[in-house]
Design a binder for this molecule. Structure first.
Ligand code: NVA
Length: 305
């Protein structure tokens, strides 16, 4: 695999997605290459983070390296300094840039203006590290990903975009229920469509959560108000009201189905109060698997000569 950056899953061939999931599994089973030995990662975060920051810091340390955390108030990406200059400075000082940004374009700039690998730790467009961890979680609970029926209920946001591509790439069927105004953006959907055609799987949109979830193996949701969407909070709460995942909705899925959420979760909003503790919930496995997935991604980038 020739991977220079990890910005979105559209850059990976379908088989490469499966390959990274297999490597994530190997990491979880105890294979930890010292791929970051003596190396430094800059963690450049414009938005808050728990899982992503901690799992990157732990993963880099386990692989022999160290991290420098840079918040938006430290760096001022695009405000205090243009992203181009930030990229050229970090390029001289660190070995990899892990960035969480509002605008995906800033990741592209960091990549264009530096020679070190850039990893997307969440942008408005995509959350590819989450999607790789999620495929690992799905495979742990449901076995072979090929032919699996994944239903996503809610906003067609960064999580849904990456998941649509990830599932299609590994041969899982992906159904999303969202209000028409909140569909997955064309660039992600069209990429997922190409992957689904390649793998002969189903990729579908519906307005109805019940229809999407019917017989599903996985029921997945995410927040209605992503970081950066706060100004639209009231409008979104109203529009998404019928997209809440409840134990009643889960009953429409396969009886062995699992419930997934990338977190943070808002009880009483996109999920009924006790969904995280639902017997079918695997959300904390998902959180842990971020570590294994990101170690696999970093190992791939750092050994990619
Ligand atoms: N869609 C959410 C994901 C958080 C991990 C957001 O962008 O805020």
């Amino acid at each position: 695999m020739k991977l220079n950056d990890f910005l979105w899953l559209g850059d990976l061939a379908s088989d490469e997605v499966a390959e990274i999931v297999a490597k994530s599994r190997a990491m979880k089973e105890g294979v930890t290459p010292k791929a970051m030995d003596g190396k430094v990662a800059a963690l450049l975060f414009e938005k808050p983070s728990l899982r992503t920051r901690v799992s990157f810091e732990v993963g880099v340390k386990q692989m022999g390296g160290s991290c420098i955390y840079l918040s938006q108030s430290d760096v001022g990406l695009g405000t205090r300094e243009p992203a181009e200059d930030v990229a050229r400075v970090l390029d001289r000082l660190v070995d990899v840039i892990v960035a969480r940004v509002f605008s995906h374009r800033n990741l592209e700039i960091l990549s264009e203006y530096s020679t070190v690998p850039v990893v997307n730790a969440l942008s408005d467009l995509a959350h590819p590290c989450q999607a790789i961890g999620d495929l690992l979680t799905m495979s742990e609970h449901k076995g072979d990903l090929g032919g699996l029926n994944v239903a996503y209920v809610g906003d067609g946001n960064n999580i849904a975009s990456s998941l649509a591509i990830a599932c299609s790439a590994v041969g899982a069927n992906f159904a999303i229920a969202s209000p028409p105004k909140y569909k997955v953006p064309d660039i992600s959907w069209e990429t997922a469509e190409r992957r689904a055609a390649e793998k002969e799987t189903k990729l579908s949109w519906t307005e109805s959560p019940e229809a999407a979830v019917e017989g599903a193996d996985i029921v997945y949701t995410d927040v209605w108000i992503s970081m950066g969407d706060e100004e639209e909070a009231d409008e979104r709460r109203e529009i998404f009201e019928s997209y809440r995942v409840s134990s009643g909705l889960m009953e429409r899925a396969d009886k062995e189905a699992v419930f997934m959420h990338d977190m943070p979760a808002h009880r009483g909003e996109e999920i009924e109060d006790d969904m995280l503790d639902h017997p079918q919930s695997v959300v904390f496995d998902q959180a842990e698997n971020r570590l294994h997935a990101q170690k696999a991604i970093l190992a791939e980038l750092m050994t990619n000569d």
